[in-house]
Design a protein around this ligand. Structure first.
Ligand SMILES: Nc1nc2c(ncn2[C@@H]2O[C@H](COP(=O)(O)OP(=O)(O)OP(=O)(O)O)[C@@H](O)[C@H]2O)c(=O)[nH]1
Length: 418
């Protein structure tokens, strides 16, 4: 009897065990499967970072930025929300010239030959376009006739030289041909070189900063033409000439403009007068002028926010800046330098016209000549406005800005050497 009872207990225990195991298996089959690892879960950068034989570097976790929402003070971006996502905040632009903390790039001590090579390199696109087409036109036994003049005219216009300057050049060469003063294509090319130089020569007036102390330079132009970069390059140049230079961060509009100017100031080892973003630009420049006078600076260079030449209210704001500067010194600004970007082509003419009307531009700096195959815009600007072309920029580096020389420029553009 006892034995039968024992069998019954063992049988019952086994049955319970089997039922429990069956239940466990059923539950497990219903659970969601873990996500399979897939190669496409890695982006290509991560994939490149893992090299065979090398320990995989895991970047430290980044703190999640707080993003303002419409209702609450802050929310993490990963938090689910039924409301439409708020507009992402605009990223703060990185400082363009160099990351802070990087060793400042000093102005290279450069020979005249070094600069000419730098300019030639900078103008290689123009030479490859305009210069090469010109060489092809003048190569071989090309007849000195109407067709040659027509093709030359087209070349000049497509290189942004402008109608007025082109017509004058063609008229002059045509007259010399009629008078049999030009015997072959080499002579025509030499005559063209001379014509181009004679258009630019009257505008090659260097900026003399010795007439006033402090010499107050106001730098203006449309957005992104290279105002801040040009100021940074100028600060380094003048500093290398042992001048006492002060920079004024008058572009209080763009988020990173002040920081960008400060980096250039560090590079050139010159002080920068600045206030917070959104401050009144005129008051920053007034403070800078006072400081420059009180502390005996030779040159004060003021940055301004980029503005479209056809926006009246922005141009009026610039006029106000000039009026406020004149409260400190009635003769200031001693130079209103308009920066134009060569790659904008004929639009540079409209910029020169409207800025000249608004704030009496006294000089021009043409930047980014390395980025265009149409270096002819200088001729159009020179012919139309006769304003001094003070500087040209042929690259982003600190040594890529130079006082303008008509002859050097034409030779770099044509690939001629005299
Ligand atoms: N290739 C080339 N780039 C240049 C030259 N000059 C300036 N740049 C670049 O142009 C960009 C704009 O320059 P900025 O100095 O910030 O222009 P900005 O006029 O102050 O701009 P805003 O303050 O927005 O009006 C930067 O990336 C510069 O490095 C140049 O001569 N050649």
């Amino acid at each position: 009897m006892d034995q039968a009872l024992n069998y019954l207990v063992i049988f019952g225990t086994l049955l319970c065990l089997l039922l429990w195991i069956g239940d466990m298996l059923q539950r497990r089959s219903q659970r969601p499967k873990p996500k399979q690892f897939e190669l496409r879960d890695f982006d290509s950068k991560q994939a490149r970072a893992i090299e065979p034989g090398k320990a995989e570097k895991v970047p430290p976790p980044k703190a999640k930025p707080d993003v303002p929402t419409e209702s609450g003070p802050v929310a993490r971006p990963s938090e689910p929300s039924l409301r439409p996502a708020p507009e992402a905040p605009k990223p703060v632009e990185p400082v363009k010239p160099a990351p802070p903390g990087e060793a400042p790039e000093k102005v290279p001590v450069e020979t005249e030959k070094g600069w000419l090579e730098r300019m030639r390199a900078g103008l290689s696109k123009t030479r490859a376009g305009f210069g090469k087409n010109l060489s092809q036109l003048f190569s071989g036994a090309q007849a000195l006739d109407e067709d040659l003049l027509e093709e030359l005219e087209t070349l000049l216009i497509t290189a942004d030289v402008g109608m007025s300057a082109t017509q004058d050049i063609i008229a002059s060469i045509s007259e010399k041909l009629e008078k049999k003063q030009l015997k072959d294509t080499a002579a025509v090319k030499a005559a063209l070189r001379q014509e181009l130089i004679s258009i630019l020569e009257p505008c090659a007036v260097p900026l003399d900063t010795s007439a006033h102390k402090p010499f107050m330079m106001l730098v203006v132009g449309v957005n992104g033409v290279g105002k801040t970069t040009t100021i940074g390059k100028l600060a380094s140049r003048y500093k290398a000439e042992n001048k006492k230079v002060l920079l004024a961060a008058g572009d209080t509009f763009r988020a990173a403009a002040v920081e960008q100017l400060q980096v250039w100031g560090e590079r050139a080892d010159v002080p920068v007068v600045a206030q917070h973003q959104g401050a009144d630009s005129a008051s920053v420049l007034f403070d800078a002028m006072q400081s420059a006078t009180a502390k005996g600076f030779d040159i004060a260079i003021a940055d301004t926010a980029g503005r479209l030449q056809n926006k009246d209210e922005l141009m009026n704001e610039l006029k106000k800046v000039v009026r406020v500067i004149q409260k400190h010194d009635t003769t200031a600004p001693h130079e209103v330098l308009l920066v134009v970007d060569a790659t904008t082509g004929q639009n540079a003419l409209s910029q020169a016209k409207l800025f000249k009307e608004a704030v009496s531009v006294t000089g021009i700096a043409v930047t980014k000549l390395d980025g265009t195959a149409k270096g002819g815009i200088l001729f159009a600007v020179a012919r139309q406005f006769g304003l001094p072309i003070r500087f040209i920029g042929v690259g982003e580096a600190v040594g890529d800005l130079r006082a303008f020389s008509a002859e050097d420029y034409v030779d770099a553009m044509l690939g001629t050497d005299h």
